[in-house]
Design a protein around this ligand. Structure first.
Ligand code: CDP
Length: 193
C-alpha cells in the first residue's frame, strides 16, 4: 500500500521546503497543490472551466509564485466546483507507490483523510511574512497584509477551510531553522513507516 504524507498550513509556513525535502529523503512523489489553485486563478476566465481544463503548461507559468497569483488562488479556492474539479487528480496522485507527499490547506482534512502521516506546519504571521518578503521582495508591510488577508480567507471559507486535522502533528517553525523543521518531520514519518 502506498504511504501518503499530508502537509497543511498557512501561507509561507515552510510547507513547500519541508515537503520537497521529505519526498527526496523517502523517495516519494511530491505535489504542491497550491500550484493547482494558483494556475486556476492565473488562467482567468471562468474559474470552474479553468480548473476542469488545467494543462501541464498552465502549471509551468513563471508568474505563479507572485503575491497577486497567491491572492487570485485564494479567491478561486473558495468556489466548491473549483475544489471538486481538482479533487480526483490529487487523490490519484496520493495513491502512487511507494508514497506521496501532498502539501496544501485541506489535504489531511478533505483530500486524504486517511493519510498515514498528517503534519500541520505553521509559524507566526510576522515570521511567515518575512519569509515571503525574502522570496518576492517589495513592500514588507504590504506582504504582511496580504499574508494575513489570505490566511483569513482560507480559514473562514465554508468549503474545506484551513484547519489542522484532529490527528495532525503540529510543527511551529517560528523558532526553527529549516533543517530542524525537516528533522522533526522526518522523525514523525520514520515512527510510522
Ligand atoms: O505557498 P503558499 O503557502 O503561500 O500558498 P499556496 O500553497 O501556493 O496556496 C495558494 C492558495 O491556494 C492558498 O492561499 C489557498 O487559498 C489555496 N489552496 C487551497 O485552497 N487548497 C489547497 N490544497 C492548496 C492551496
Amino acid at each position: 500500500m502506498s504511504f501518503t504524507v499530508a502537509i497543511d498550513g498557512p501561507a509561507a509556513a515552510g510547507k513547500g521546503t519541508i515537503s520537497r525535502a521529505l519526498a527526496a529523503a523517502f523517495g516519494f512523489a511530491h505535489l504542491d497543490t497550491g500550484l493547482l489553485y494558483r494556475a486556476v486563478g492565473a488562467k482567468g476566465g471562468d474559474p470552474v472551466q479553468a480548473a476542469l481544463s488545467l494543462t501541464p503548461q498552465d502549471l509551468a507559468r513563471d508568474d505563479l509564485r507572485s503575491l497577486a497569483a497567491g491572492q487570485a488562488a485564494s479567491r478561486v479556492a473558495v468556489i466548491p466546483e473549483v475544489r471538486a474539479a481538482l479533487t480526483a487528480f490529487q487523490r490519484r496522485f496520493a495513491t502512487q507507490e511507494p508514497g506521496a507527499v501532498l502539501d496544501g490547506r485541506d489535504i489531511g482534512t478533505v483530500i486524504c483523510p486517511d493519510a498515514r502521516v498528517k503534519l500541520y506546519v505553521t509559524a507566526s504571521p510576522a515570521v511567515r511574512a518575512h519569509r515571503r518578503w525574502l522570496e518576492v521582495g517589495g513592500d514588507a508591510a504590504q506582504v504582511l497584509a496580504e499574508v494575513i488577508e489570505r490566511d483569513q480567507r482560507d480559514m473562514t471559507r465554508a468549503e474545506a477551510p484551513l484547519r489542522p486535522a484532529a490527528d495532525a502533528v503540529v510543527i511551529d517553525t517560528s523558532d526553527l531553522t529549516i533543517d530542524q523543521a525537516i528533522a522533526l518531520a522526518t522523525q514523525v514519518i520514520r515512527q510510522r513507516l
